[in-house]
Design a protein around this ligand. Structure first.
Ligand code: IPM
Ligand code: MG
Length: 366
């Protein structure tokens, strides 16, 4: 089969990890007889430098026309001035919004051989296998008014946390549907004891529950969820939550898997096709959950596994190539079993490798 893929390497370690992701994708193409036509675009800081905007129209157009989008990371100290007019992150938020990618799936699964490599006790992380479904195009990130201004008594700023019933319902349904394909437990995370948006969220979750009688629904307050994630993370199966809560909880949850360098993500939308599908036909953008790690850039150090696993998620959720996705995931497991580690997951007695070598080792085992 033939697919068009938009490739957006971005900044910092982005281009290095993307190179490995693309090499793995191309060898999957050779092995399984698919043709991946790659369309490269600038996003983030590099786009600001080259085009004066973090999300050039050209990048948006190739992404809209593609079957799926691969993105690595954006941002860096060069563009960090808080008074700057344009920021690399605008590119990321802009493309999520423009492509309508409202459902962000962040699976957190510990690879058994890495249970000793986390900062948490091995008996706590062993067996962790959860997915956070984060709402991605609403809430504080996009609510208006959003501004800073001068008053007679100093500066003021406002962000707005707003959600519509439609936005809440569609993301909760993704949570319910995903739970159906897994252990059938859904934790709906809110702050309903304080926030009005959370009270609406919880009401809608309660109203939808009868449509999913096979799913065990729990309401968890976000602060309590943060605690339980490190206390007994194996209790969780699917977590569904709003944008900001999901941002914070997924950085925390990533530590359960040893390193942010291990975790892929999928941002799914419907791209005019109505209902979101979890069976391989959703339009989506796929990216590692880590950032651009500017201090590690250009040193062949960064862990490319999160990007490589994002390629696998793309094959599974957007291209309906489940067998090919599993081949990548198995290759990653095999390389880890064989004792190869990048610096972020390194332990005594293992073999330290760089970005490029890790990519090559995974390709060899495909
Ligand atoms: C993430 C990141 C982004 C976010 C930043 C880079 C804008 O932290 O994808 O979790 O806050 O969504
Ligand atoms: Mg984040």
């Amino acid at each position: 089969m033939k697919f068009n893929i938009a490739v957006l390497p971005g900044d910092g370690i982005g281009p290095e990890v993307m190179t490995e992701g693309v090499r793995v994708l191309e060898s999957v193409g050779q092995k399984f007889n698919h043709q991946f036509i790659l369309h490269y675009g600038d996003i983030g800081g590099i786009a600001i430098d080259r085009h004066g905007t973090a999300l050039p129209q050209e990048t948006l157009t190739i992404s809209q026309n593609a079957d799926a989008v691969l993105l690595a990371a954006v941002g860096g100290p060069k563009w960090d001035d808080p008074t700057a007019k344009v920021r690399p992150e605008d590119g990321l938020l802009g493309i999520r919004k423009e492509l309508g990618l409202f459902a962000n799936l962040r699976p957190v699964k510990i690879m058994p051989m890495l249970a000793d490599a986390t900062t948490i006790k091995p008996n706590v992380v062993q067996g962790v296998d959860l997915v956070v479904v984060r709402e991605l195009t609403g809430g504080l990130y996009f609510g208006k008014p959003k501004k800073q201004w001068q008053t007679g008594r100093g500066r003021r700023a406002v962000d707005t946390l707003a959600y519509s019933e439609h936005e809440i319902e569609r993301i909760l349904r993704v949570g319910f549907e995903l739970a159906r394909t897994r252990r059938k437990k859904l934790a709906s995370v809110d702050k309903a004891n304080v926030l009005e948006t959370s009270r609406l969220w919880r009401q809608i979750a309660i109203e939808l529950a009868p449509e999913y009688p096979d799913i065990e629904l729990q309401h968890v307050l976000v602060d309590s969820c943060a605690m339980r994630l490190i206390q007994r993370p194996t209790d969780f199966d699917v977590i569904v939550t709003e944008n900001t809560f999901g941002d914070i909880l997924t950085d925390e949850a990533s530590m359960l898997a040893g390193s942010m360098g291990m975790l892929p993500s999928a941002s799914l939308g419907t791209k005019n096709k109505g209902k979101l599908s979890l069976t391989g036909h959703s339009f989506g953008m796929y990216e590692p959950i880590h950032g651009s790690a500017p201090s590690r850039a250009g040193q062949n150090k960064a862990n490319p596994i999160a990007t490589i696993l994002s390629v696998a998620m793309m094959l599974r959720y957007s291209l309906a190539l489940a067998k090919e996705a599993a081949a990548i995931e198995n290759a990653v497991l095999q390389v880890l079993k064989d004792g190869y580690r990048t610096y972020d997951i390194m332990e005594e007695g293992k073999s330290l490798v760089g970005t490029r070598e890790m990519g090559s080792l995974i390709m060899k085992r495909l």
